[in-house]
Design a protein around this ligand. Sequence first.
Ligand SMILES: [Zn+2]
Length: 485
Amino acid sequence: MRLSVALASVLVLAAALSSGQTSDPGDILARIRTEGLQRSRALTLYRTLTDDIGARLTGSPAHMQAARWAVDRFKEWGLANPRLEPYEFGRGWQLEHVSVEMTGPRYVPLIAYAEAWSPSTKGVVSGRVVYVGDKTASQIQAMSAQLRGAIVLTHLPLTEFVDHDRPQPGLDERPVATGNPSLPQPRSTTPANELMALLGKAGASAAIRPSAYRDGTVGVTGNRATPSDAVPAIVIAGEQYNVLARLAVQGRPASLRVELRTRYFEEDRNSYNVVAEIPGQDPMLRDQVVLIGAHLDSWHTASGATDNADGAVAVMEAMRIVRALATGPRRTIRAALWSGEEQGLLGARAYLSQHFNTPVSRDQLVVYLNDDPGSGKTLGFYMEGNREAKAIFDRWLAPLRDLGATRNIIEGIGSTDHVPFNEVGLPGFNVIKDFSAYDERTRHTNADYPERMSEDDLKQSAIFIATFAWQAAMQDEKIPRMPAK
Ligand SMILES: [Zn+2]
């Protein structure tokens, strides 16, 4: 009896040594939690990103500032190889000034933003608006004399506004539809691309379109391929646009005063991902990588707080926490803060083609964990149809329930940086977060400010990612894979 107990202890000890685990796994998870709750840097990081740096459009000086700042934090925390990794992006852009004022029939300052990569107006432009929202291409061509130098209203008055969030999939056991919701969009009689080309030919001074959000919220994105000689493009609050469009339809067009100044950056056509790691300790496993990431870039009209400073902070703070444990993981844990997400997942795609472009290299990537859509607490992961991985993730989620974890769901979510991993058959998963006010109010809008995240949410999200990264770096088996999709 005594002998068998002793033998069992020896076997347990041998198993622990051979797996490289020098401490009780439960103990390490408790230390992750303590570090994340009691010595958190999450709120400080979040304030720096959102208040001090602000919006971080890819290619802008602000994005570079954020990327360099992140490298410095990773250095400060003693991570290995903190670096900027370039890929070709195109020219940068920055907004320097925008003002749109109604000057007749009465004075009203309008809530207005430039589309990203729009050129400037030629100084201050004033005049009565010309409305073409209800005009066909041939009608617009016939108006070209009237459009020369004009401030043009390009879209129909809005009748349908963005007024709801997508359903929250993390909260109950029903099967759910996931992915980005299709939101109402402003409409024009002539398709927008064709319309802008016609306005360019006619020599219009500025094009104004509505945002489909409510109550002064303005959703704005932009196209980095916009030529320097395009018509300057401005988006204004939907309700204000409707006033201008209705007056114009009634034959009493309002007068506007418009000034837009923007700046291009041509010298460096690269953008940069931020990468740093915690080297693995197990000689057999340290070449394998557990990758965690989030996009650091944002659109340009607010602070990029819920999209996606909260995700970037969760990943940074998770790395700080794991580094602070003073015991190394078996596999390498690497963090990537992507750029170019908002222009088509460009940073993540570039990284995959730079580093994981062969079957051998892809075999080394154990899992990619991404933190993007939504805000608030992390509830679980979207499992992208991967049932075997879900069984493992369900085990890892269990000890986080008292911190607000609810469930992993088998469905997937599109439109963020794990997608290119899935496209080449690598296991990539995104966290489930709260969507309260995310679709309706903050995502890609002038209302994306930090108040939608609490300090507790930031801490919890970081602990969540750190816990999953640690588990993935320690267990013997790799995460099961699915065919490329
Ligand atoms: Zn986004």
